[in-house]
Design a protein around this ligand. Structure first.
Ligand code: CA
Length: 231
């Protein structure tokens, strides 16, 4: 059955553009340019995902996100014109599952939507997510990581970093973003702390920690998971 996506974007041309791309990808699309209407529509239609522009004229996107979150855990993909990292992080903290910064490629938007929906789907294998043809298995309910058939013993922070990177394989996460995504741990406020956790993590999960394949460094960017998720 086709998943329903609610697109909330006040720029008419952009809204229609997003709609046509999502429809071509097989989604049922509802759309509106009003934040207030979006909240009503979400309540009535229970969409599977909401694409939400942060800059809306009537109700700010942040407020819409908060209202949607208060109702049901509908995944949110934020559209943001804001380029500062802090604004984007704030979007994620408001409960957005991912974001794209304008201008974006519609193809990338569709891929992000598909990735979020896949993530939210009940895993076929009792919550175990598999990457790289089974090389890496992440079992969130049991908080265990299996690499090449052996269990890796990770600290809570290493676990948090790995799970954050695995959210969207291939996507680059900055150190700042990783810090903010890892919960249950007090960072000392210095982004470079992440580097030492990644170093330890690599020692535990990489075949050759000096030449890492699973957690890749992106110069000037951050880190990304180098394995694709198995479907
Ligand atoms: Ca706007």
């Amino acid at each position: 059955m086709a998943a329903t996506v609610l697109v909330v974007e006040d720029e008419r041309k952009l809204r229609d553009f997003i709609r046509s791309y999502l429809e071509r990808a097989g989604f049922t699309v509802l759309s509106t340019g009003s934040g207030a209407e979006a909240i009503t529509m979400a309540g009535e239609a229970s969409p599977d995902l909401v694409v939400l522009d942060l800059g809306l004229p009537d109700v700010p996107g942040e407020t819409v996100a908060r209202e949607l979150r208060a109702e049901v855990p509908t995944p949110i993909l934020m559209l943001t014109a804001k380029t500062s990292e802090e604004d984007r992080i704030r979007g994620l903290e408001l409960g957005a599952d991912d974001y794209v910064t304008k201008p974006f490629s519609p193809r990338e938007l569709v891929l992000r939507v598909q990735a979020i929906l896949r993530r939210g789907a009940p895993a076929a294998d009792q919550g175990i997510a598999s990457y790289g043809g089974g090389e890496l298995l992440i079992d969130e309910p049991r908080r265990t990581v299996t690499v090449r058939d052996g269990q890796a013993e990770l600290t809570p922070t290493e676990w948090g970093v790995l799970v954050a990177l695995a959210t969207v394989p291939g996507r680059v996460y900055s150190r700042f973003e990783l810090i903010n995504r890892v919960r249950g741990y007090e960072f000392e406020g210095y982004e470079r702390t992440v580097d030492s956790h990644v170093k330890n993590l690599r020692r535990k999960i990489e075949e050759d920690p000096g030449n890492p394949r699973i957690i890749q460094t992106v110069l000037g960017g951050g880190y990304r998971l180098g394995l694709a998720r198995d479907d």
